[in-house]
Each structure stands twice: as C-alpha cells, then as structure tokens.
Design a binder for this molecule. Structure first.
Ligand code: 9MR
Ligand code: 9MR
Length: 638
C-alpha cells in the first residue's frame, strides 16, 4: 500500500500544511538523458535537489498543473535534465524533503535491463535453476516435457497416447503454460533489441549458465525458447498452438505441477507466427551457429508452406481445455510479418508480391500485441530499407509514425508526461505502455529526433514509479515495489520477496478477476489506480513474457543509446545470411501460384507442384502416365 505523504502539522502551526506529493522514477536516470518528475499540489512552490552535502544542484518554481485523465488528478511536470552530475540527490519542496532519492548515473538503467532479461532465465522450463545464477530463487527442475501427448485438436489420434518431446522454452506468465503465439512476439521483441544494439548486448553479462561462451548472453537466453518452439512444429510443417496441461495447476512450484502436458491445437496463427520468428532467428544466429540458423530457415519455410495451405484452420479452444486460449489473433497481420521476414532473409521477390496481394488493410495501425502483429512487420520493413520496395517502406513508416505522432500529441498539456490514455488500462496495461515505448524508439531510430526518445524515457519512468500509486511495477527494483504478483513460483517458494525483474500486468479498469479476488479493486478508482497488489489478481498483477520483453526492449534501448551515443543505422542494415527459399508466393487466392522449386522438401523427379482449385498440390506421375495428387503434408488426395 502507499499513502500520499501527509505532513502532520506541528502543534504550534496555525494552519495545517499539506505537503506536495512527488511521483518519480525510483530506480534511476541516465546522466545524459531526460529527467522529469511529477508534483501534485505544488504549483508555485520551489522545488530543489540537494546533493549529499546539502548543496543545491537544481532549483525551480513548480509550474502550472495539468490534467492526465488516467490519474484523475492534475500534476506539474518538473524537468531537471540540466543536472548532469552523477550522484544521489534529495528532493525538497521549500524546506521539506519529499519523494524518494533521485539517482543519476551513466548506467542507471543497466540494472533494470539485466533484471528484466534475467526474468526469462527464471521462467525457464525443463531445468533446475542453480544457486550460482538464481541466488535465493534457485529451484528444482520442472516440466521436462519429454513425453507430451497430442490432444485431439492437433489432428493426431489422441487415443494412441503417442508422445513427443518439446522441452525448454519459457513459462508464459504466472502459469506454467507455453504458448506459441505469445512466445513469438516476445522472442521477436528481444531479437530486435539485440539486433539494434549489438555493441551493447554483445558484452552484457546476464549471469546465466551459458555466460562465458562465445554467444551474447541475450541470444543464449532467447535460444532456450527457440529450441522449444522448433519442437512444436509437426512433421507436416504445421505448428501446435500451445503446450499446457488441460487445466491450470495450483499455486505450486514447477516440480510439483506434474499433470500430463499436451500439445493443443495446430493452427494458422501459431504457424505464421513461428515462420516469422524462425526467419528472423535464421539471420541473427547465423554468425554464431550456421547449422542452427539453417535449421531455423528450413523450419520457417516449412511452416509457411503449411500455413498457406490451411488459411482457415484458426485456433479454437477445445471444450476440455481451460488454460490460456490466445485465440483470435489476427493472423493476416502475422502472415504479413512472416512474409516480410522471409523476404528479408531471402531477397526472394515472391514474398514481396504476397505483401502486396494480401487483402489486409495495412493502413489501419494498431499497437503490436500478441493478437496483432502488423507493427512487427512495419518495424522489420522500416529498419531494413535495403531489402524492401519503396512503397512498402513508406507504408511501414506511415504505420509507425501514425502511432508515434499520436503519442506525441497526447503529451501536450499532459500533467504526468505519459502517453497513456484512459482506454489503455486493460489487461496488461504495462505491456501496452512498454509496447508504445517500442514504437517511439523505432520513431527515434528512423528520425534521430530526440522528442521520441524522451517520450520513451517517460514511459520507462512511469513503470518505474512516476504513477499515481507511487509504485515501481518491476519486482525487486525501486523504493515501493510490487510484492505479491500472480506468479506461481513467487507464491509457492518460501521467500517473501517475489522473483526479481518481473513487470506486473498493471492497472486494469476491467478488473476481470474481481470474482477471484472478492473485491472490485477498479471500482471508483481512476484508471491508473485500478490495480491490486495481491496474488489473486491475475488480471492486474500477473507477470508475462510479452510484457517483460517490451519493457526490456525499452529500458535496454534507452540505456544502450544513451551509454554508447549510437543509434541503429538502418542504412547499413542487412541480413547476416541469405537463404534460398522456394518462390511460391504467399497468395490467399492461390490460383495464380506457379509451380516452383521447394528447396526444403524436394520434389522428386516425375513430380511437380500444381495449383488445383485454391490449393497447391503435389502431382506425381506414375510410369503408366496416371497422375496422383497429394497435399503438401504428403496425404494422398485422389
Ligand atoms: O493462474 C492463471 C493465470 O495464469 C491466468 O491468466 C488466469 C486467467 O486465465 O487464470 C489463472 O488461474 C486461475 C483460474 O483461471 C481460476 N482459478 C484460480 C486460478 C488461479 O488464480
Ligand atoms: O495477455 C492476455 C490478455 O490479453 C487476455 O485478455 C487474457 C484473457 O484471455 O489473457 C492474457 O494472457 C494470459 C494467458 O491467457 C495465460 N497465461 C497468462 C497470460 C497473462 O495473464
């Protein structure tokens, strides 16, 4: 709980004096970056910062207060960016100390960058966490996932009780499920972070078991998840939607959650998503492990074949399954994203055609999320201009700036300096905030205009404490921290403090878990206070990889940019490897699909790919001249 600071009036005081309240980033400000804080009820008073010796290093009159609707109160934004000497300062309004220590240092965001990336290590399935890396949070291995059964929804005969192996990967969230659709965007986001800040991340030590090998730690961590994703691809190229138990486990440690796990669903959203991520991985890992990179390219290609063939096989949650559904993702946007990634690693113009012929309206920008990947396509195209056609680059930039400039506009007369509107406070609002930060960083990369970087810094500040709850939403960091996230290991271990480095979902006016909590914590509250720091609250206080990843992207990018003075140069961007991919354009209307060579599932002599109706089929001609047709999964049709 937090209370606004109230000064108890001294007995002799004539009037009760209510001190102003300060909301601020509680972790730290990078020396050469933007530095702001918010004051409530302080207009016209003098705010100063004093160093350890009591010397005033900054002083200014608190400006006019302005509204920020989600806080339900007006705030005055004080800018103290001019303080450029590293140190720890105290905030005073008049003679009274307020707020929390202001920490300024060159690497102020390095701790949260490492911490939010280390979260992924703590989320590793199928391995024990050693004390050497996990400290007090060391734990036994859970979920080997070496005998996963096929749920009937995969198309496999479930009565055979066949099993397969799909170990590793990251637990999605506070639950122990592994879901492809959500893994995909999280993995992409972290790969972008690496790709755009290689110099910084090549040497950043995360203290994980692979630290010290020749591969950057961030890539070692991501590979843990990629290897699981690869195992989720069925022999025909289709990708299973998720790997979970049928129902959620109790609030127990991983090793005690031992119910049978299943591959559930095989669907087009997961398959396009997988295809996109594997194509990008094929680029990024090529300098480190060619063989692995090639296997990613091959898997991506195979997935594309399947997805093209099964456009209508969207995921539907089976009746006997109660784990997270991640159903209803807009697969058109995922398909566009995959085609952009495939084009990037192959230069094969067939993928460009598919970007142009998909019927999805690419002018409708919406923030990236597990259910909408249009911006992922836009990020990839805009930051790799050498590969794409001018019209596509223009579209991609238009999408990014439509959003980024909208956020900039919302900062005008905004008392908290936070580009979040009332309507943004739904399930995972901190993920929304961090993803907006990712859009702004891309706008900065594309223009080098500092206003975008500064707006992104404001979002990092918001998550780290510049909010009306005076709370750092990142566990383990800040003065007032989230203590009771919905996260099974944090709840089940005997340690009071939760696993560090986790971003809580954040305020959610929907309070979709009110029945589980027994109270409607959103009732009567301003949007940015519709939050409950209680383990019951999975809709405001769960943690998840798709919220941590954009947060890591945000703080990691800010730290890397400010520390190195370098910004990703899109003019030199190019894929590390070029892959020869089959050139069947990914058209929805398959009638125009020409036959072509299929590199990774070779067509034998006497066979060829043909288009019949709306499908690409494999035609085999027997010695007597009769023709037989198979689908690309090898199933005989007629
Ligand atoms: O722990 C589950 C969390 O990961 C999900 O986001 C949430 C909504 O699907 O459900 C949580 O599990 C709860 C279940 O839905 C209802 N019974 C209590 C479970 C733990 O709070
Ligand atoms: O992040 C997801 C959110 O957008 C949905 O509204 C919500 C309900 O379907 O589910 C969230 O994802 C949860 C997933 O279903 C299961 N693991 C925990 C995820 C975060 O709460």
């Amino acid at each position: 709980m937090n209370f606004k600071k109230i000064l108890i009036p001294a007995l002799c005081a004539v009037n009760a004096v209510f001190a102003a309240t300060v909301y601020q980033n509680q972790v730290g400000f990078v020396t050469n970056g933007l530095k702001q804080l918010v004051v409530i009820d302080g207009v016209g008073k003098e705010l100063s910062l004093k160093d350890a010796g009591g010397k005033v290093v900054f002083s200014n009159t608190i400006p006019e207060a302005q509204a920020w609707e989600p806080a339900g109160t007006n705030g005055s934004l004080v800018d103290f960016s001019e303080v450029k000497t590293a140190g720890t300062y105290k905030i005073f309004i008049g003679d009274e100390e307020v707020g929390h220590p202001v920490i300024i240092s060159d690497n102020a965001l390095e701790g949260v960058t490492k911490g939010s990336l280390k979260f992924f290590y703590f989320q590793r399935a199928s391995t024990a966490l050693d004390e050497k890396y996990a400290g007090a949070y060391a734990r036994a291995a859970g979920h080997p996932d070496t005998s996963v059964e096929y749920h009937a929804s995969t198309g496999h005969d479930a009565t055979l009780n066949e099993t397969f192996k799909a170990p590793k990967g990251w637990y999605d969230a506070g639950d122990y499920g592994k879901y492809i659709v959500n893994s995909g965007i999280s993995t992409y986001t972290l790969l972008q972070l690496y790709q755009q800040n290689k110099a910084y991340f090549d040497t950043l030590n995360l203290n994980i078991p692979e630290s010290g090998d020749k591969v950057p730690d961030i890539l070692d961590e991501i590979r843990w998840n990629l290897e699981w994703m690869l195992a989720m691809q069925d022999k025909d190229g289709g990708v299973f939607h998720k790997l979970t138990t049928k129902q959620f486990a109790g609030m127990v440690m991983p090793e005690r959650a031992t119910a049978q796990r299943y591959a559930i669903g095989k669907a087009v959203e997961a398959t396009w998503n997988f295809s996109a991520v594997m194509a990008l991985a094929a680029d990024i890992y090529s300098p480190f492990d060619k063989k692995f990179a090639e296997s990613c390219a091959k898997a991506s290609e195979k997935a594309r074949m399947w997805a093209n063939e099964h456009p209508n096989e969207t995921y539907k949650q089976p009746n006997d399954v109660g784990t997270g559904s991640y159903a209803g993702a807009n697969y058109w946007t995922t398909k566009l994203w995959a085609n952009a990634e495939l084009l990037r690693i192959s230069g094969n113009k067939a993928f460009e055609d598919s970007l142009h012929t998909l019927t999805y309206n690419r002018t409708k920008a919406s923030l990236q999320s597990w259910s909408n990947n249009l911006l992922l396509e836009a990020f990839t195209i805009a930051t790799n201009p050498s590969v794409f056609a001018k019209a596509d680059i223009d579209t991609a930039k238009a999408l990014i700036f439509y959003l980024a400039d909208g956020y900039m506009a919302s900062l005008e007369n905004n008392g908290f300096g936070i580009p979040m509107a009332k309507g943004d406070f739904y399930w995972g609002s901190n993920g929304v905030a961090a993803n907006k930060g990712m859009v702004l960083i891309h706008a900065y990369i594309l223009t080098k205009d500092e206003k975008y970087l500064n707006a992104a810094i404001g979002i990092a500040d918001y998550i780290l404490g510049r909010n009306p709850l005076d709370l750092s939403y990142l566990t383990g960091f800040g003065v007032n921290q989230v203590m009771h996230p919905h996260h099974r290991p944090s709840q089940a271990d005997a340690i009071e403090a939760p696993v560090p480095g986790m971003v809580a979902g954040g305020p959610n006016t929907g309070a979709n878990d009110a029945s589980s909590c027994g109270i409607d914590y959103a009732n009567g509250k301003p949007a940015a206070e519709a939050y409950y720091d209680n383990t019951c609250s999975y809709a405001s206080n769960e943690v998840a990889i798709n919220w941590n990843a954009p947060f890591a992207y945000l703080v990691g990018s800010i730290q890397a940019i400010l520390a190195t003075g370098k910004v990703y140069d899109t003019s030199t961007a190019k894929s590390s490897a070029t892959y020869e991919l089959a050139d069947i354009p990914a058209k929805d209307d398959a009638t125009a699909i020409p036959s072509g060579k299929v590199k990774f599932s070779p067509v034998k002599a006497g066979s060829r790919l043909v288009v019949k109706g709306n499908k690409v089929l494999l035609e085999k001609t027997a010695a007597d001249g009769t023709k037989k047709y198979f689908n690309l999964r090898g199933k005989k049709l007629h």
